[in-house]
Each structure stands twice: as structure tokens, then as C-alpha cells.
Ligand binder design. Structure first.
Ligand code: NAD
Length: 693
């Protein structure tokens, strides 16, 4: 017997299925037998005391699940991270467990309020003590993992649980001696399975099938080479035997009714810890993040990215800003199973403003372009945020910021610029890897007025939000821009005309609220068709009825403009006398029409060379402070990709999915409005007129 090993158990004197907080409890309320439970618990207790020392905590009346001591907390050396139960039904157990740990002289660490963590039920040390496997998804929250890493100074590998029957990690996952792992893969998401596979050699993975999983075969107590379980199939027993484990089955069916078995009924008080480095190949880097990490939920996002990217982390430092205007700081050690995984995670963190700390700062790695229009394979892909690169020890801001580009550096002038892949030239020096790159994010929170101004929109998209309220804010912004000589750009699709919004957009242009217009062939054709015939694709806009032979109007319109030479010439020749494009020509507002495969005609103004069209859009977008995207998914997405952070984007579309895609750029300036574009424009003009000049 190994007396060094200690466990904590709690007699089932008050055990009962009293409520339903997991699928196993359903239909079992008040259906368990206390006598049978006592007998089964004694069986486990006797077995365990023959292998290790077992301590007992006094059961408390009214807390039937106290018998499951695995959920008391997580112990390492003299430290215990106390559980914060997710369900109120179990929260009353906390003081009893706390008092037991304190009496035993443990240092009790407590998680912040509202961060759920259910102890060793959701956190299992690798039996060699190399790292901590931590589950989340049902009971413990992902946010608890950084605290575990900090309190216990351990590497934490987060695993996401996806099957409600296996709501705690220890119901489907059991690390065994000598690096073996007993587990049920379908209980985890794909990324977690990949993480498990990257850390545990295939020969050491003992996969159980559903038949064993539902009998809680993974809810096992492993003491040396003995595995204590409720019940296993002959096949699993043989597999464990072939790996050198002796299986000791002890019936625990009464506890299965509450969703627990051998492991749940015990808490291991002595855990291994090795100071040696992990035996697996891993690679690690340190990153720092500053900003409103908690209130902007950036910390959660970053942790999620690390997990989803297949890496893990340890928090080396965390300083919380105490006042609303204060920023927080954290330093994270990111560990990944390979350099590729690490670089891919780091790139995403850099996109969110993370920096590699001073001592690790190096100049950006540059590689030459060897083929026209083809960047080196490892090139850094740009995002919407201002990006700095380190050249000869100096941080230099890249010009022409846009997403999905590469950064070309001119070492002679120590300058950098964002370039589209097709524009890189042989010999250009392109930034590669992750070193010497940082992105600038809004450090301070916007001031109060600025925040309130867009606060109602900043949280994303809602069709229920009052459109009038959004309109008021947009009108106020447009008016301010016009007063200040700023630049507002409109991107619009033909739906603007179909919904009767053409009249209102023409008004905005005439009154000086729009400084450039971007669209495709269709908006121009429909607008001009309306000016000539009062129809849009053959539909009478006044009466909303299809005109006999009306579809011909569309082609006749195109033909007429082709005859004039261009839209401008049609206006100058007095042929075109109203509408959006008439107002653009009159007011000298530049427009750009990008072609597409759907286009009829096209109009002479429509640029069918898409590379040219993109360049023209980019030219007109330069210096824009606000972009109104009105019901054109195609052109709005194109514009979104060209626009750096800091430009206010308002996307109006009837389809919430389109709005979400466009507004969700991770920058506070973008917002979405789910509504009819004609209605939006009419309200906008009314509001502007209400505000007056
Ligand atoms: P798109 O699919 O990219 O965008 C249309 C958007 O309008 C959609 O997101 C849709 O959800 C939204 N919408 C529909 N009804 C709405 C309403 N009442 N209020 C608000 N939003 C509404 O299509 P697109 O921009 O119309 O056209 C794509 C390309 O096809 C363009 O280049 C266009 O010029 C071309 N096109 C050409 C012709 C033509 O030449 N005859 C006709 C149509 C489109």
C-alpha cells in the first residue's frame, strides 16, 4: 500500500437524487436507494483504503451531492482551488469543503465571483504532473482556466466538452499512470481531440466505446497500476490488461443515477508534479496585451483563439485596471505542439494588438519576392488595424493599411507599405513570420460622448433596435462631417431604387452629404431607367405594378446612355435630367461602377476590368471617415476589405446574416442595421431636414 497517496471521500448519509442538473438525474428523482448507496460507497471505500489513505469530510444535511468530493476543489501540494459551482443546487457545499480544507492547513484559492469551476471533476492532472487537462463547456467556464494556470503554476490544456451526458471532464477522460489516457473522444470537439492526440502518443491512448462510456468506465480511480471502476466491458478490461493495468470493478449504480461513479466519489489530495520539461515537443513564446481586456471581452477572445488554434497558455502576469478608464495588462506564455501552430496563433494575437515583449523584439524578418505577384509562403497577412514593422531597430508604420495584403519594406528608406499580392514585384522585401510586427488598437476607451454616440450600435446587430434611433445617430454624424468638410462614401446596390430609396439618396447627394458613390452596373441602370421611364426593371415605382413590356425599359436605358457616350455626357447633353447619377454629375461627386458577370450592357461607365475597378474604389475610399453600405453585399464586402480600422461603417441590409458579416470586423466603429433600405433612406433624409442646416 502506498501511504503517500491520499484521497478525500464523503459518506452518502444524505445522498439522494433531489433535483435534475444533468441528463442522468432525469427520471431518477427520489429513485435511489440509500441502503444500496451506502453499501456501494463502502465497497469503493474499502477498495481504495487497501491502496491509499482515505480522509473523510463530514456530510452535511441538505446537500446530497456532497458525496461527490471530486467537485470540492482542485488540490496541488498545499494549495487548493475551491470550486464555484455552476448550479445553485450545489453552491451550498462550498463552505463545508472550504472549512475542511482550511482545517487541514491548505492554502485556499478562490476564483472571482461568477467564474464557475467544479474542481477535480473538470481538471485532471497528467499522471506524470506535466500539465493540467481542464474541461469546459457545461459546468466550469473557460475563464477559470487562466486562474488555474496562475494559482497552480501549471500549464493548462483546455478541452471543450460537447455531449451533455459527459458534463464533467472526469466523466469521459481519465489520465492513467505511465502517460496512458482512458477516454471517450466523441465527448470532445474536434480541436480538443486534436490537442489530446498531439499530447498523447497513439499507443498510450485507450479509447472507450459508447457502451463503456455510458457505464462511466472513464470515471475511474487510478492508483498506480490499478484502475477502480463501476463496470467495464470484457474488451476494455482486456485492453487495460494488455497495457499493464489491473481492473477492479465495484458496482456504483446508485450513484450513476445522479451522474457520478468512482472518480466523482473521490478527490485525490496528492498530485504529482514534475519540474522537468514536458517530454513532448512543444514550442513557446511570450506575448503581452494591454487595453480594456476585461470590459471589451478581449481576454476571453484571446483565450478562445489560443484554445481553438490548438495551443495552451500560462498567465505570467495580470494587472487589472481598477477604474473604468484604466487599462489592464497581461503577459501570457503560449505553448503549442509545433512552430506552425504557434505562429498561426501568434499571428491572430498580433492582429488583436498583442506584442512580443521587449527582450524578444527583433527586426521583422524579410524575404524577397522571387516571382511576380507571388509573396514568400510565410508572408504576414495584414488586417484592418494600423500595423508597425521593426526595421533596423525602429518601429515604422506601414502605409496604405488594408486587410488581406502583404507588407513590403524598403530597407533603404526604412519604409513599409501594404501591398496586394498581385502587386508584389520580384526583389520586393516582404515581411514574414511574426517577429517585429505589431498592430495598433484603440488603447483608451473612447470618451463618454463618443461612446454614447455609437454605443447602441457598437454591440453589433439587432433587427429589433429602433431604426429611428440609428437614423438619428447617422444623420448627426453625416451633418457633422459635412460641416467639417469630411468625407462620407456611399456604397449602394439596385435595391435602393426598387425600394423607392433613389429619390432620397439623390437628395443626400444634392445636399452635400455624400462625397463619393460606389456601386455596380445595376444601380446606375435602374436609377437612370427610373429617370427615363419611371420604372425599375420594368416595375412602376409609383404604383408598384409591372408595366407591360416594361423589362425593355432596362435595355433601352443602357442603349441610350451608350449612345450618349457616358452618364456624364448624357447629363451634359440634357438627356438625363434627374436621379442619383444626375445629381452626382451636377454636384461633382465622383462615382465608380464595378462590373460583374450579371451585368447587362454594360453602361460605358461600368469598369469591367476588375483590377482597375478595385483600384478605382480604393482611390475614392481614400480619406473616408464614414461609409454607408446600402443593400449591396457584393460591393460592401469588397469595400470592407479595403477599409482600415478607424472608419465608421454603417451597413444597412434586410438580411441579418449580411449585416453581421459586414459589421463584425472586431472594430467598434462598424455597425449594422437590419431594415428596408428605402425606409432607412427616407427616415435619414427626414431627420437631416429636421436638424436643418
Ligand atoms: P447583392 O446580392 O450583392 O446584394 C443585394 C443585397 O440587398 C442583399 O444583401 C440583400 O439582402 C439586400 N436586400 C434585398 N432587399 C432589401 C431591402 N428591401 N432592404 C435592404 N436590403 C435589401 O446584389 P447586388 O448588389 O444587387 O448586385 C450584385 C452585382 O450584380 C452588382 O455588380 C450589380 O451591379 C449586378 N447586377 C446587375 C444587374 C444588371 O446589370 N441587370 C442586375 C442586378 C445586379
Amino acid at each position: 500500500m502506498s501511504t503517500a497517496l491520499r484521497y478525500l471521500m464523503c459518506a452518502p448519509s444524505h445522498y439522494e437524487v433531489d433535483y435534475v442538473i444533468n441528463p442522468w438525474m432525469e427520471g431518477n428523482v427520489h429513485r435511489s436507494s440509500r441502503e444500496q448507496a451506502e453499501r456501494q460507497w463502502q465497497g469503493l471505500y474499502q477498495l481504495l483504503t487497501s491502496l491509499a489513505q482515505v480522509q473523510l469530510v463530514e456530510p452535511a444535511p441538505g446537500w446530497p451531492d456532497m458525496v461527490f468530493t471530486a467537485n470540492a476543489g482542485l488540490v496541488l501540494d498545499r494549495n487548493v482551488v475551491l470550486s464555484r459551482f455552476f448550479h445553485p443546487e450545489r453552491q451550498g457545499e462550498e463552505p463545508y469543503f472550504r472549512s475542511w480544507f482550511e482545517k487541514q492547513g491548505y492554502v485556499v484559492c478562490e476564483l472571482p465571483e461568477k467564474i464557475a469551476f467544479e474542481g477535480a471533476g473538470d481538471a485532471l492532472f497528467d499522471r506524470e504532473g506535466r500539465w493540467l487537462w481542464a474541461g469546459y463547456g457545461f459546468r466550469s467556464s473557460l475563464e477559470s482556466h487562466p486562474y488555474l494556470a496562475k494559482y497552480l503554476d501549471s500549464e493548462v490544456l483546455s478541452l471543450r466538452l460537447v455531449d451533455g451526458r459527459f458534463y464533467h471532464l472526469d466523466t469521459c477522460f481519465c489520465p492513467l499512470a505511465d502517460g496512458y489516457l482512458l477516454y471517450y473522444p466523441p465527448a470532445f470537439d474536434e480541436i480538443s481531440n486534436r490537442l489530446i492526440e498531439s499530447r498523447v502518443h497513439p499507443d498510450k491512448r485507450i479509447v472507450v466505446g459508447e457502451a463503456d462510456a455510458v457505464n462511466f468506465a472513464c470515471n475511474a480511480v487510478n492508483v498506480g497500476r490499478t484502475v477502480i471502476v463501476n463496470q467495464v466491458t470484457a474488451g476494455l478490461a482486456a485492453r487495460l490488461d494488455s497495457c499493464g493495468f489491473a481492473v477492479r470493478q465495484t458496482p456504483l449504480t446508485e450513484f450513476l443515477k445522479a451522474g457520478g461513479a468512482a472518480k466523482c466519489l473521490t478527490l485525490r489530495l496528492t498530485e504529482p508534479r514534475t519540474v522537468e520539461l514536458p517530454q513532448v515537443q512543444t514550442t513557446a513564446r511570450t506575448v503581452e496585451l494591454r487595453g480594456h481586456l476585461l470590459d471589451s471581452a478581449l481576454m476571453t477572445e484571446v483565450i478562445d483563439l489560443i484554445q481553438k488554434g490548438g495551443a495552451s497558455f500560462q498567465i505570467e502576469d495580470f494587472k487589472v485596471g481598477l477604474r473604468r478608464q484604466d487599462t489592464s495588462y497581461t503577459r501570457l506564455r503560449i505553448t503549442a505542439p509545433s512552430t506552425d501552430t504557434l505562429e498561426s496563433v501568434l499571428t491572430q494575437l498580433i492582429d488583436r494588438g498583442a506584442a512580443l515583449p521587449e527582450q524578444a523584439e527583433r527586426d521583422a524578418e524579410l524575404q524577397p519576392v522571387n516571382q511576380q505577384g507571388v509573396a514568400p509562403q510565410d508572408f504576414y497577412v495584414t488586417n484592418i488595424y494600423p500595423t508597425e514593422v521593426r526595421i533596423a531597430g525602429q518601429w515604422v508604420l506601414a502605409a496604405n493599411q488594408r486587410m488581406d495584403g502583404a507588407i513590403v519594406v524598403d530597407p533603404e528608406t526604412a519604409s513599409a507599405r501594404c501591398v496586394l499580392l498581385r502587386d508584389v514585384r520580384v526583389g520586393d522585401q516582404v515581411v514574414c513570420g511574426v517577429d517585429g510586427i505589431r498592430t495598433r488598437h484603440q488603447k483608451a476607451r473612447p470618451d463618454r460622448s463618443e461612446r454614447e454616440e455609437f454605443a447602441f450600435m457598437a454591440s453589433g446587430v439587432s433587427s429589433e433596435r429602433r431604426v429611428e434611433l440609428v437614423v438619428e445617430q447617422v444623420a448627426w454624424q453625416l451633418r457633422r462631417l459635412r460641416q467639417q468638410g469630411g468625407k462620407a462614401v456611399v456604397v449602394a446596390g439596385p435595391v435602393v431604387i426598387h425600394t423607392g430609396g433613389g429619390l432620397h439618396l439623390a437628395t443626400l447627394i444634392r445636399e452635400g452629404y455624400v462625397q463619393a458613390l460606389l456601386g455596380g452596373n445595376a444601380i446606375a441602370v435602374h436609377d437612370i431607367e427610373q429617370a427615363f421611364h419611371g420604372t425599375s426593371l420594368g416595375v412602376d415605382l409609383q404604383r408598384g405594378v409591372v408595366i407591360q413590356g416594361g423589362h425593355r425599359h432596362h435595355l433601352k436605358t443602357i442603349n441610350l446612355i451608350r449612345g450618349c457616350g457616358s452618364i456624364r455626357q448624357a447629363v451634359e447633353q440634357g438627356v438625363l435630367r434627374s436621379g442619383i447619377f444626375y445629381e452626382c454629375v451636377r454636384a461633382g461627386v465622383p462615382f465608380s461602377l464595378a462590373g460583374s458577370i450579371r451585368d447587362d450592357g454594360p453602361l460605358p461607365d461600368t469598369e469591367m476590368d476588375l483590377i482597375e475597378a478595385q483600384a478605382d474604389y480604393a482611390r475614392l475610399l481614400k480619406g473616408a471617415e464614414m461609409i454607408l453600405m446600402l443593400s449591396s453585399m457584393l460591393h460592401s464586402i469588397g469595400v470592407g476589405n479595403m477599409t482600415p480600422a478607424g472608419v465608421k461603417m454603417v451597413c444597412v441590409d434586410i438580411n441579418p446574416a449580411v449585416v453581421t458579416k459586414l459589421a463584425d470586423r472586431g472594430s467598434v466603429e462598424s455597425t449594422g442595421v437590419v431594415t428596408d433600405v428605402g425606409l432607412f433612406l427616407s427616415l435619414l433624409v427626414r431627420q437631416l431636414h429636421y436638424l436643418g442646416n
